[in-house]
Unconditional design. Structure first.
Length: 201
């Protein structure tokens, strides 16, 4: 009997609730010890677009130029700057002008275009698949920073996690970017703390 191979974990983390937040976390542990650049090559950026972009499975996306990679990282940091300002008392007006202009310029490019095939399936395409996804990310960040959803933007309570996420829970009291990782770890930590004296040492 053939065993089903265990599903491989996706390379990049997702589930923050907005594409701009998932993109932001490609700099893992931002501002902490062990901060890691996940977009460390043009291939990595292409792989992120394949995993989290809207294009059909199996579509090959060629690696962008190193200039586009630099631009993508700059867009990511601009998203962070905008949302940091938006969450502060200053609000979105506190976004530095250079970052604001970069986001506006990026958002002005053509996003992925939906198309309905004769068989009823919908697919997304773009002449410039990476640029189109960056346009989507910039639009998403601008919309998030200026909408009531901003009140639901949270930083994960995980002690070794710098991810931000959109809390879509009804009571609005979600604390972790993911129950599978940080939430689960926290529960285990709580359990250990609670039971440590009884376990002796
Ligand atoms: Zn987390």
């Amino acid at each position: 009997m053939l065993e089903t191979p265990a599903p491989t974990a996706p390379r990049f983390r997702s589930g923050a609730g907005r594409i701009c937040l998932d993109f932001m976390r490609t700099l893992r542990l931002r501002g902490m010890d062990g901060a890691t650049e996940e977009l460390d090559s043009a291939d990595a950026l292409a792989a992120w677009v394949v995993q989290l972009g809207p294009y059909p499975d199996g579509v090959a996306i060629s690696a962008p130029t190193s200039e586009v990679l630099r631009e993508a990282r700059a867009v990511r940091e601009a998203v962070h700057a905008l949302l940091t300002a938006a969450r502060s008392p200053a609000g979105p007006v506190g976004c530095p002008p250079g970052e604001r202009e970069l986001l506006n310029r990026t958002a002005a490019a053509a996003p992925p275009v939906p198309g309905l095939a004769a068989d009823g399936t919908m697919t997304w395409t773009a002449g410039d698949p990476v640029g189109a996804v960056l346009a989507d990310i910039a639009r998403d960040a601008l919309l998030l920073a200026t909408s009531p959803a901003l009140n639901r933007l949270r930083a994960c309570s995980g002690p070794h996690c710098a991810a931000w996420f959109l809390d879509t829970s009804r009571p609005g009291n979600r604390r972790w970017c993911s129950m599978d990782t940080c939430g689960n770890r926290s529960k285990k930590q709580t359990w250990r703390t609670k039971h440590a004296p009884a376990m002796g040492s």
